[in-house]
Design a protein around this ligand. Structure first.
Ligand code: PMV
Length: 358
């Protein structure tokens, strides 16, 4: 257990409210495989997004009577959603050692998403980041006086306990999560901003998310990460992720888009290759995912525009490109790619700065 993030019990509690917004993020170097309490088997590097957001309000008051665990009510898009309670209960159990005062409060949590429900977008990163940011702000109001860095790290630390990738949604524009010998301050416990010498071309990079399959995830994250246990290629994969993190960091500094494309696409395909070669095995791409990739490669060859793709653990495709090509890419998407999207739907997003208080 990490002891640096413990906080003492509190003598007197007040009533208040925190409202925070946090974005989703998209990994370039993928986190796939975990151990212990949501600790990553390899480092990952991500773009923080800007418009795919969760907004969460946490109102709190002293609990009327002492309960075991955290007492809360939860509304999503204005409606009570008891089906989310088991996951929230598990999250609160995990964070309680680090925020024991929560047991003496009664919480009223209300969340909304900026992106359509069931869009196939992994919403847990934004959701746990927004909730953790609000909870840490409550702690900060009870125990002021610590430095900025502590709170930044604690937000990410708590979010990680909800969903690993959520650790990377608190700050931006790029986040590094997981220990890597070449990066001072890198940690398995929380993500840190990767900003040292980030080439300006990446400060406003664009992400057009093509919604190929808007259904529920076919493989849950927990099951997916578990597939790396005893995976025949696990050791080589974790080594590759270390190498890719270093190489991608170099490309992000130099602005070498050729290297950026090579590593980003290789990471996306490797993630899917890991799933296709595990026991049990899964194919999470759909035929339209491949149609999009082929059309994209042909377009890149013809136009020399540095457009590339990445994938999550699903069928949707994220198109990544510098802002200066935004109009051209949008025309390409509309002319050639929407036919492969479910209900012709896509989302436009770009690199962002992380969580913020409203
Ligand atoms: O945060 P989790 O446990 O849902 O895992 C996310 C894993 C990937 O999205 C596939 C990769 C990543 O690094 O975000």
């Amino acid at each position: 257990m990490n002891t640096s993030f413990h906080c003492p019990p509190v003598a007197e509690l007040s009533t208040g409210e925190q409202r925070w917004q946090a974005p989703s993020n998209i990994a370039l170097v993928k986190y796939w495989g975990k151990y212990g309490m949501q600790l990553p088997k390899n480092p990952s590097l991500s773009f923080t997004l800007q418009t795919s957001l969760t907004t969460t309000t946490v109102a709190y008051q002293p609990a009327k009577k002492k309960a075991k665990g955290v007492s809360f009510e939860f509304l999503f898009e204005g409606l009570a959603r008891p089906e989310f309670h088991p996951k929230l209960d598990a999250f609160f159990d995990r964070i309680l050692p680090y925020q024991p005062f929560l047991e003496d409060l009664s919480l009223s949590i209300s969340s909304t998403n900026s992106f359509p429900h069931s869009s196939g977008i992994a919403s847990s990163a934004a959701a746990y980041a927004a909730l953790s940011a609000a909870l840490v702000a409550i702690e900060e109001s009870l125990f002021p006086g610590k430095e900025h860095l502590y709170w930044d790290q604690k937000r990410s630390f708590l979010a990680r306990l909800g969903s690993g990738s959520a650790a990377r949604s608190l700050q931006g524009p790029m986040m590094l999560w997981g220990e890597h010998a070449a990066f001072d301050g890198s940690s398995n416990d929380y993500a840190i901003p990767f900003e040292d010498g980030l080439n300006p071309i990446f400060q406003d990079y664009q992400d057009c998310i093509l919604l190929v399959d808007k259904g529920q995830k076919k493989v849950s994250s927990t099951l997916g990460h578990g597939l790396m246990e005893g995976h025949p290629y696990a050791v080589a994969r974790f080594e590759q992720a270390h190498r890719h993190t270093q190489e991608l960091a170099n490309a992000l500094q130099s602005g070498d888009l050729e290297a950026f494309i090579r590593i980003t696409e290789s990471e996306a395909l490797t993630l899917h290759a890991m799933m296709q070669t595990s026991q049990p095995y899964f194919i999470l791409m759909r035929p339209n995912t491949l149609h999009i990739i082929e059309a994209l490669w042909a377009y890149r060859q013809d136009t020399q525009i540095p457009l590339c793709f990445t994938l999550d653990a699903g069928a949707n495709v994220h198109l990544l490109y510098p802002k200066q090509y935004a109009d051209k890419i949008l025309s390409f998407v509309k002319d050639q790619l929407l036919t492969y999207c479910q209900a012709g739907e896509y989302l436009l997003d770009s690199v962002g700065q992380g969580a913020k208080k409203l």
